[in-house]
Design a protein around this ligand. Structure first.
Ligand code: FEO
Ligand code: CA
Ligand code: CA
Ligand code: CA
Length: 687
């Protein structure tokens, strides 16, 4: 018997500290689940939710749209997962190579609570960049005693989450690193911070610590070590007062107009950028996740469905800018909760918020291409009982890097169809008993349907206009009977097989009185460890409206009978809890990072083969310091990059009483940072 680490006894969902809940999600776990719909009957919510203007228009249901929706539902039967795999195997997909994953050959890191980044034997690491390091010309070195909004606006932001590395042709050994900065932990940033009375300087520093960073990084010869190139002309910061442009079918809608922006197209700031994606045309996508927590005094039914508080906010930004006060600016929250697209190669570009991809708590957005070159973007709405979406563009990507091609490609996500998933199991409901016990056919599996919500200006949802579908997408999902999932986080299509992997991180409310019970895709009640769903669409046609699915992992301690590792022997895998981010290595192995481990270990990064005889052989690659979450994994041939988010975020911790000494040791401020891990012998990762 392996020695199990003591189970945490945290009342917080996913084992998080109260500090995490307060600063990251605005205590979402303690609030009512926003999805109270029964999915067949959403009349009250819609009626109360939509504006007076929309109510007047509600009678004018777009019959053409409804008809289109109906016909789209009658698509061809979905392929089985195996059929989709064999169809995928012999042919080159849009991403090229099709040879199988080699499996992973490193000695797994044991679960642990070491206050460090722990990597396998034979591997080394370096801190690439820390919160507060200057990246723009003129920005000062980090000084915790003199931190200011002005300094922060030229420095790497706080709480790095999603990471992307893009090539930089012509500059040898350099790449462009793009990072999300999801949120701020004021109590760990400012000495003597008083949550009841934040100062303007503290608030404006937090504004500047949110958002995105672009920073060129340089490889060290003969190792995987990376260091930032400060003052590179591509380096950039975007934060809470930077300008963004709303594009796509809802841009300019009355629902998006404010007193500062009567056009409904110009937004200041991007908030709570969690995970994201990298497009085949060389841009990055960034999910705006728990944006609700920054807005005070919400009241309408739409606010309720998005979890906007009726009172003050934790950070009290509403006292410093009226746009965070819903009473004064009722439409301002409608301008957050989108997918942002950034062109990191054009430092003067205004990033876009793509309304065609819908508004919800976007965790991430990862595209793949159809055989005819149209992007398909998969997206999770990270909330208990919320939905899983995809967008299919009607426009084809232009190849090349000409100005005309780049301008065209920046419009790809403005036209197309937004869908939500309805997922059905193939086993009798009575066999899904909520314990995680496999049904008699030996697998949690079944089929699914993509239900169209809107195409351009045409709504497919009776009673909602297209603009309403885009701005109140959760309500549209309620109306069409989308499947209530266990917190869909990152989603990633395999560049080798086209199969799509969805991290469902946990849902401790599943099966509670009055809440949805277990179903085949979400098979455990009080689900604290999560699962990973594998979805197969037609390889040539990810724009199709039917799919096959099965659970790839049912997470937890392998000795817990309610776990499943794609059928791989459970005495040969690492324990995993709360999968969050998903990435692929160049060989086609799947990598998963975790947030909120409930097995007593720190969070970490894991690799697993998805094909062949080692399918399901999950191995832990690293663990992160105390209080931290593992984010943003990138697996290159010779380097793994992770974002260590919120280290030291433990109840009772503060600048004066740190809970972690990472990354710089005792007496130094704990700082979220990006870490590179590489082999000491300079060879490829994991092989
Ligand atoms: Fe920001 Fe859903 O993690
Ligand atoms: Ca089944
Ligand atoms: Ca996440
Ligand atoms: Ca990902």
């Amino acid at each position: 018997m392996r020695n199990l680490l003591p189970l945490l006894n945290s009342p917080h969902s996913g084992g998080r500290s109260a500090l995490t809940c307060r600063y990251r999600c605005g205590d979402a776990c303690f609030q009512d689940v926003p999805n109270t719909s029964d999915n067949e009957y959403a009349g009250d919510v819609i009626a109360g939710a939509l504006s007076r203007r929309s109510m007047m228009r509600a009678a004018a249901v777009v019959t053409v749209a409804a008809a289109a929706g109906t016909s789209a539902l009658a698509g061809p039967a979905a392929p089985s997962a195996e059929a989709a795999e064999s169809a995928a195997t012999p042919q080159a997909g849009p991403f090229g190579r099709t040879d199988g994953a080699r499996g992973l050959r490193f000695a797994p890191v044991a679960p642990n609570t070491t206050d460090a980044v722990t990597v396998p034997a034979g591997y080394a690491q370096n801190v690439v960049i820390r919160w507060g390091e200057p990246i723009l010309r003129g920005a000062p070195a980090f000084d915790p005693d003199k931190q200011s909004a002005k300094a922060q606006a030229g420095q790497f932001g706080y709480n790095n989450d999603f990471l992307s590395l893009l090539p930089l042709p012509g500059e040898h050994g350099r790449q462009v690193l793009v990072a999300n900065h999801e949120y701020t932990d004021e109590i760990l940033m400012f000495k003597g911070y008083d949550p009841a009375k934040p100062t303007r300087e503290q608030v404006e520093t937090a504004w500047a610590a949110h958002g995105l960073s672009v920073v060129v990084v340089q490889e060290e010869r003969k190792s995987g070590k990376l260091t930032p190139v400060t003052r590179h002309h591509l380096n950039r910061r975007l934060h809470t007062t930077s300008e963004f442009r709303l594009t796509g079918p809802a841009a300019g809608s009355d629902l998006l107009k404010t007193s500062a922006d009567p056009t409904g197209t110009k937004v200041l700031g991007t908030l709570n950028n969690c995970a994201g994606g990298t497009t085949p045309w060389g841009t990055t996508l960034h999910g705006e996740e728990n944006f609700n927590q920054y807005f005070a005094n919400g009241s309408s039914a739409t606010d309720k469905r998005y979890g906007i508080s009726t009172g003050a906010t934790e950070r009290k930004w509403e006292l410093f800018d009226k746009r965070f006060d819903v009473k004064q600016e009722p439409n301002e929250p409608h301008r957050q909760g989108w997918v942002v697209e950034l062109d990191p190669y054009d430092p003067d570009s205004t990033p876009r918020k793509h309304t065609a991809l819908g508004r919800f708590k976007h965790e991430a957005a990862q595209p793949r291409l159809t055989a005819d070159g149209r992007p398909v973007v998969y997206m999770g709405d990270d909330e208990r009982f919320d939905y899983f979406y995809k967008f299919v563009s009607s426009k084809r990507m232009k190849k090349g890097t000409s100005r005309a091609a780049r301008e065209h490609n920046l419009t790809l996500l403005d036209e197309g169809t937004l869908y939500v998933a309805k997922i059905t199991g193939d086993s009798p409901a009575a066999e899904i008993d909520g314990t995680g016990k496999l049904p008699n056919d030996g697998e949690f599996d079944g089929s699914g349907q993509w239900i169209p919500l809107a195409t351009g200006d045409v709504s497919h949802v009776p009673g909602m206009t297209a603009e309403e579908v885009y701005v109140f997408t959760r309500l549209a999902g309620d109306k069409v009977g989308a499947t209530k999932m266990d917190r869909p986080e990152d989603v990633e299509p395999s560049p080798r097989t086209g199969r799509v992997y969805v991290a469902l991180t946990n849902n401790t409310d599943r099966g509670k009185p009055g809440k949805a019970g277990a179903d085949e895709a979400n098979p455990r009640n009080l689900n604290k460890h999560g699962q990973v769903l594998e979805l197969a669409e037609h390889w040539d046609d990810p724009a199709s409206d039917g799919f096959a699915w099965r659970l790839f992992l049912v997470a937890g301690d392998p000795e817990d009978p309610a776990t499943y590792f794609a059928g791989f022997p459970k005495d040969k895998v690492s324990p995993i809890s709360c999968p969050d981010n998903v990435a692929f290595d160049p060989h086609g192995n799947l990598w998963l990072s975790t947030d909120g481990n409930q097995l007593g270990s720190h969070d970490g990064l894991f690799g697993v083969a998805t094909r062949g005889e080692r399918r399901g052989e999950l191995k832990q690659f690293l663990t992160v310091p105390k209080g931290a979450e593992t984010c943003g994994p990138i697996i290159q041939d010779r380097r793994v990059l992770v974002a260590v988010q919120h280290p030291g975020e433990i109840d009772g911790a503060s600048v004066e009483k740190p809970a972690s000494v990472w990354p710089d040791g005792p007496g130094k401020l704990v700082r979220p940072s990006v870490v590179a891990v590489y082999r000491k012998d300079g060879r490829d990762i994991g092989v």
